[in-house]
Each structure stands twice: as C-alpha cells, then as structure tokens.
Design a protein around this ligand. Structure first.
Ligand code: CP3
Length: 349
C-alpha cells in the first residue's frame, strides 16, 4: 500500500462509505465511466487496439482521467480490462469491437488447463507505472483497481468468447470438478497478483468483477465458485484496502457473495436495492444500482430513479451510488454529469 502524500484522505466519501460509514456527501461513480459514451475517448482511442491501450501507461492515465475531469465523480477506475492478466500471462486473447474478448484456442481439456502459464508479477511493470502516475495526478481522489473474478475469467477461457448460457463452462464445471479446481486455482492466483500489484502501487479500493456468476444456481455457486473468490479476497486481507464484489444477474447469489470477504457488495439493476439489502444482511456496504438504460429516458424519470435508489440505500451502513452495470455507449455524457450533481446535492446521512 502506498503511503505517499497523494494517498486519498481517509475523509474521502468513497472510502468512508466502503468502510461502512455514512459520509456527509454520497459518493458516486459509474462502471464503464471510461469508454465509448465519451467523444474524447473515441478520439484518443483511434488507431490504438484495446489491449495495446491497456498496457500503455500514458494512454491508461489519460483514458482513466477523462471521466473524472468531465463528471466530477468520486473515484477513478483504472482503464484496463478483465482479460489483461490473461494477455500478460501469454494467453492468446483479443478484444473484438462490439463482441468482447475472443480466444484463439479455448481451454477445454486436461492438457489445456495444465498448459496455462503462470502470471509473472515482473511482467506488470506497465501496471505499476500507470497506477503510480494516476495516484499522483488524482491528488487524493481514490483510484479503483480491479480484476475479473476466477469464474468470469474461466467462462471466457472455456467458451472462447461471449456466451448467453455459458453451457460449455457449466458442463466443464459439473463434469470435471478436479480440472475445474486446477483452472480456478490458477485464475484465483492471476486475480490476486493483478489486484495486489494495483494496491501496492497506490490504488485505494479494489473491485472484483464476477460478471457472469449470475449464470449459476446458488448451490453450484457456493460449491464451485465461492471458495476461489474467497481465496482471492483472503489473499488481500493484509492490505488496508476496501474491496467491492460485483456480478450481473446475481440477485439469487447476493447472500453468498456477501460472505466472500469484500466490504462492499455491488448490486445489479434487476433487484430493488432495499430487497438486496435484506439478502446481503448486516455489516456490508452496497454499491449500485440504477438501471443503465434509465439514463436514456427524460430527466424527470432519471431524477426520480436516482432519488429512489438513494432512499433505498439509506438502509445500508454505507452506500456508493452507481449503475447496476456499465454505462451504455449511447448514453449522453451530460446526463452522467447531471446525475453526479444530483447525488451530491442529496444529504449523505
Ligand atoms: O471505465 C471503466 O469501467 C474501466 C474500464 C473497464 C473496461 N472493461 C474497458 C473496456 C472495465 C472495468 C472493464 C471490465 C470488463 N471487461 C468486464 C466486467 C464488467 C462488466 O461489464 O461486466 C467484462 C465482462 C469485460 C469484457 C469485455 N471487454 C467486454 C464484454 C467488452 C465489450 C466489447 C464491446 O466492444 O462491446 C470489452 C471491451 C472493453 N473494455 C471496452 C472498454 C472501454 C470497449 C472497447 C473499445 O472501446 O474499443
């Protein structure tokens, strides 16, 4: 953990909420705040392949700062992608525009799992440089570091690309529990190394994205996923860095996810926040959960939805206002700025 003079002040509303207290001003940021909703992002990304951009500290710094300058959000999130650790380890994965991560050779056999490379922390110099530069530039505003969770990374490795039902992944999980254990252990190590590197360079919050965990019934999640996710969080216990745990379509899993070791549970847009709170139980802060699509409606509709989410969040020890999944590319960026202003105008306690 960095102890430079640029570390966020303990009074940062985001850190206060993540630690389970109510700051005077509610913190707000947006998943996928850096990206295609911003014209300055599209201009800066032109001619730079996504995965190259993620490993270029100058570009990472600029793309991370763009939404902070524009919206006045309470945190920056590192510009990267959940598949970057796979790329650094030497796995042949690319991000195809409009599709997402695609693998040349999916991982489906014993040999494939055994052939997975280790992730060498010495290869993460670009990440260390980018995070340090950002922490310096952010002048006290928290930087959120992140990683993909073992299950979601496994889903990309096995499917070889995006999938609606994750049938191949689930067949592998149910049918080859021994191999599944090896695969998820390797991926838990990737996530742990990737997160730790960001915290060591000064990231003051860490978010683990288990985007596709909602594909599983709770019993399977508990048996085949939770132990590895717990391992990732436990490996970070010695750092004084609050952690956020988020997945999509995870309404039925919230109670289990709350036991994985993170201080904050991210809630997707499908579950009313007040219901999510009772599923999560006491002692956890929450993040979320406006429907990203509501930002395409008229301002009156958006304003009512923001007020509703903030009211429902008052039942939690701490609430970080966010969307219930990423910003849609067609969102008007001025609306995001207005949402930040509105949240900041509402009482935090
Ligand atoms: O602003 C931020 O939130 C930080 C940057 C960020 C990106 N990806 C940049 C990105 C973060 C946090 C992610 C996480 C990520 N990547 C997740 C977890 C979050 C979630 O949405 O559930 C997942 C599942 C991925 C995998 C992935 N990468 C997808 C599905 C896509 C979209 C493909 C497309 O073109 O529609 C990507 C590409 C990607 N990652 C883009 C960005 C800005 C778009 C690529 C581009 O601009 O060329």
């Amino acid at each position: 953990m960095s102890d430079t003079e640029n570390s966020p002040s303990p009074e940062s509303p985001l850190l206060t909420a993540a630690r389970g207290r109510r700051p005077e001003r509610l913190p707000v940021w947006f998943m996928r705040q850096a990206g295609r909703s911003l014209p300055e992002y599209r201009a800066r990304r032109e001619g730079n392949a996504m995965l190259q951009a993620c490993q270029d500290p100058d570009l990472v710094t600029e793309l991370t700062l763009q939404p902070v300058r524009r919206h006045g959000v309470d945190a920056a999130i590192l510009f990267s992608d959940i598949v970057v650790p796979l790329v650094v380890a030497g796995i042949d994965v690319d991000i195809v525009a409009g599709i997402g991560p695609v693998l040349e050779r999916p991982v489906r056999s014993l040999e494939d799992v055994r052939a997975l490379p280790r992730l060498d922390p010495a290869e993460l110099g670009f990440l260390d440089t980018a995070v340090r530069r950002l922490v310096n530039e952010l002048d006290g505003l928290p930087l959120i570091g992140f990683s993909g969770a073992p299950f979601t990374l496994a889903a990309y490795l096995i499917e070889g690309g995006p999938s609606k039902d994750h049938a191949l992944t689930k067949a592998f999980m149910y049918g080859r529990p021994d191999l599944w254990d090896e695969l998820l252990s390797t991926l838990a190590e990737y996530a742990s190394i990737f997160l730790r590197t960001q915290a060591a360079a000064g990231a003051s919050v860490l978010q683990l994205f288990d985007s596709w965990a909602g594909a599983l019934p709770a019993t399977a999640y508990e048996r085949y996923v939770l132990p590895y996710t717990r391992r990732v969080f436990a490996s970070l216990d010695d750092l004084d860095v609050p952690r956020i745990h988020f997945g999509v379509g995870t309404g039925e899993l919230l109670g289990l996810m709350a036991q994985a070791g993170a201080e904050v549970v991210g809630v997707d847009w499908r579950v009313p926040l007040s219901q999510a709170l009772s599923r999560i139980g006491p002692g956890r802060s929450v993040q979320g959960n406006l429907d990203p699509a509501i930002l395409l409606a008229d301002w009156g509709v958006i304003e009512a939805a923001v007020r509703e989410v903030v009211e429902q969040g008052r039942g939690a020890p701490g609430h970080i206002v966010n969307l219930g999944h990423g910003v849609l590319p067609q969102t008007d960026p001025e609306i995001l700025t207005r949402v930040v202003e509105l949240v900041h105008s509402l009482p935090g306690r």
